[in-house]
Design a protein around this ligand. Structure first.
Ligand code: UD1
Length: 351
């Protein structure tokens, strides 16, 4: 039995790592990896494969950066050729990037069943590119692996067949569980600090929003140092940073967890980092007006501050005053989501 994972962007490599381990426990499965090359530099790609002991991809299409249509189109062309050649029995795609969309579309059009890991996440905004990718991918997939609660409910609301929606847990949490004893202590600055990350197109490509976020970070930095790992998307657009903000290169998975575990709070527009901050017992200020993780907001682990300087500032300071709380997670957060997903894929192919 051949099952092929298609990945291409930084967060997908992390989600792939527990899946690789889960596949390894099933010698009857030949698991292959196609890397689209959406992310290509060492800090955005190779370091994750090294750190997380993920085997080298069987094929790297080396598509690189471009506009959405160009990038997705090139991926479709490249992936189709590989799938026609390799003829896998199933394709697994992860998350909501252009690599997820291209992988799912190429496979579905060739009548290869698609399993979507991290299905059902919605922010209900059509101007968010990842939302378009999620909706399309879910609707062409045969197996929808989601977290219980909101994601499963979203899929039911959209009329998905009940037996294709499988609340299996969160593979990003599996990666966290598998690596939490390896988290290094990362000292960028002595003393207390906060971590900020900004990479979403809705923030980086909108001058007003970006200026407003930077203005808030500059103000926060007057009181407490801010560490800002730079995603390549904002590298060239940010100019006036105060001296209280320390810019560093993008970090590896383990170093980022290390940086967050020593921080007071996290300010971010990343969906994955909100979850990881929570698992590390840290509050997030979300630099968006929506999030796919409203459960974190409802439980008080995250605050939606949008790109509004004042709200970011006041939410950050009140979060820093919040007392430490115990992290409580549901029964599916046991580090075995990937095992359940792989077992279900095999059962589905060989009933
Ligand atoms: C993509 C995903 C986003 C995910 C993010 C994680 C889509 C639509 N978006 O956005 O959901 O959260 O990955 O990082 O798929 N670049 C480099 N080196 C690289 C890769 C990119 O310098 O290895 C630069 C290029 O200038 C490029 C820019 O980063 O134009 C953005 O890359 P892109 O492929 O658009 O993805 P992300 O913005 O990272």
């Amino acid at each position: 039995m051949k099952i092929t994972s298609i990945v291409g962007a930084r967060p997908q490599f992390v989600k792939l790592s527990p899946m690789v381990k889960a596949f390894a426990a099933h010698p009857e499965v030949e698991h292959a990896i196609i890397h689209t090359g959406q992310h290509y530099s060492d800090v955005m790609s190779d370091v994750f494969f090294r750190d997380l002991d993920i085997p080298k991809p069987n094929i790297n299409l080396m598509i690189g950066s471009g506009t959405h249509g160009w990038q997705t189109g090139k991926m479709l062309l490249g992936i189709e050729v590989v799938l026609l050649d390799e003829k896998p029995d199933m394709v697994v795609v992860y998350g909501d990037t252009n690599s997820t969309l291209a992988g799912a579309l190429a496979a579905a059009k060739l009548n290869i069943p698609v399993a979507h890991v991290e299905a059902g996440m919605r922010c209900l905004r059509k101007d968010v590119p990842e939302e378009i990718n999620r909706v399309v991918v879910d609707h062409v997939s045969s197996l929808l692996f989601c977290t219980p609660g909101v994601s499963a409910a979203n899929l039911n609301t959209e009329g998905m067949f009940w037996d294709s929606v499988i609340p299996a847990g969160d593979v990003l949490h599996d990666a966290f569980v598998q690596n939490k004893d390896r988290i290094p202590s990362v000292v960028v600055l002595p003393g207390k600090y906060v971590v900020a990350t900004v990479h979403r197109q809705e923030n980086t490509d909108d001058r007003n929003r970006l200026n407003s976020i930077i203005c808030a970070l500059n103000d926060i930095a007057k009181i407490i140092p801010v560490v800002l790992p730079f995603h390549p998307r904002i590298e060239h657009s940010v100019k006036e940073l105060s001296s209280g903000i320390t810019v560093i290169d993008p970090l590896s998975y383990l170093d980022m967890l290390g940086l967050v575990s020593g921080a007071e709070i996290v300010l971010t527009d990343s969906g994955g980092l909100q979850r990881e901050a929570h698992w590390l017992g840290k509050m997030s200020i979300i630099l968006r007006d929506v999030t796919e993780h409203m459960d974190l907001v409802a439980d008080g682990w995250a605050v939606l501050a949008d790109a509004d300087s004042r709200t970011i500032l006041s939410s950050a300071f009140s979060a820093m005053k919040t007392l430490d709380r115990k992290v409580e997670l549901g029964p599916l957060y046991d580090g075995h989501a990937a095992d359940r997903i792989v077992a279900k894929c095999i059962e589905w192919l060989e009933p």
